[in-house]
Design a protein around this ligand. Structure first.
Ligand SMILES: [Fe+2]
Length: 298
């Protein structure tokens, strides 16, 4: 398989107006576990080996503080920094030793659309927790709104070494490993966060997790269904701060032989938005929530 300088989507930093409520939600309902608190950040892990998958911090409005990727080598970090600057990003920090609890080396860029992208290498990992059945293992993807999808996708390809896996009318799906996509870029009138997807161990876990959310007063915002590009099962929710989050499973695994399909091929039959034909039309308040979370100001 092609060599990718970025090997994984690791974590997101999310700002929330009610930190205590968000921490309680992600630990007691969503299925994450508190790792540590440091410098105003609350680090939450999933059952997999990543040090954390979400870092929460207080902010006036919900916001996306950063998306963090793991890179293959320290040298890749330097070449990504150079290529990203050539493609219109701004180097914010590093590469330098990371003084946050996840350790290792860190480099941060401000992407052309305004989002902060962090890159880590040699970061701390945990022994994976024994399977907990219906809790997230890791992040599956971030979906980012962009006012120029093709330009954003080209940045991921040229600067970060991602590959385009599929392109629907509204979205570009890019990958950095065998997962069909780690980042989705969605056509929008604003730049920011559309949603964050968490990988569940199975379809059964998506359903059981969805039931746990409903019990806790968080109805399914969109789904359950099975997506077209990526073939993954989905169930969307809105977290207490208004950020859209997704349980997903069964993400298509691809290799270099995968043939990119375009907008003319990714077309739903009338009335459908998922493969099974069971996901109802997305409600307006969900569409609004998917446009409401912006990038943290520099
Ligand atoms: Fe998604």
């Amino acid at each position: 398989m092609a060599r990718f300088p970025v090997t994984a989507l690791r974590s997101v930093d999310l700002g929330t107006p009610d930190l205590d409520r968000s921490v309680k939600f992600y630990c007691d309902v969503w299925g994450l576990t508190l790792v540590t608190r440091a410098a105003g950040m609350v680090y939450l892990r999933a059952t997999g080996s990543n040090h954390h998958v979400v870092a929460l911090y207080p902010s006036e409005r919900p916001e996306l503080g950063a998306v963090t990727f793991r890179v293959a080598t320290a040298r890749d970090m330097e070449s990504i920094a150079a290529k990203a600057v050539a493609e219109g990003a701004r180097l914010v920090r590093g590469p330098a030793p990371n003084d946050a609890p996840d350790g290792g080396m860190m480099m941060a860029l401000r992407a052309p659309e305004g989002g902060l992208l962090r890159f880590v290498h040699g970061d701390v990992s945990h022994a994976p927790e024994p399977s907990q059945g219906d809790r997230p293992e890791r992040l599956a993807h971030v979906n980012l709104n962009s006012t120029d999808v093709d330009r954003s996708a080209a940045f991921y390809e040229r600067a970060l070494g991602f590959r385009l896996t599929d392109r629907s009318k509204a979205m570009a799906f890019v990958r950095c490993n065998s997962d069909h996509h780690a980042v989705v870029i969605a056509d929008a009138k604003v730049n920011g966060l559309n949603h964050v997807a968490f990988l569940m161990p199975s379809l059964e876990a998506v359903m059981r997790g969805s039931g746990r959310m409903i019990d806790a007063g968080f109805p399914i915002a969109w789904g359950v269904g099975r997506h077209g590009p990526g073939d993954n099962v989905f169930s969307y929710f809105i977290d207490p701060s208004g950020t859209v989050i997704e349980y997903t499973a069964e993400v298509l695994q691809v290799d270099d032989s995968y043939v990119v399909r375009g907008p003319d091929q990714w077309v739903w039959p009338p009335g459908r938005t998922d493969q099974w034909g069971i996901a109802p039309p997305k409600a307006d308040h969900v569409k609004s929530a998917q446009l409401s979370v912006r990038y943290a100001a520099p």
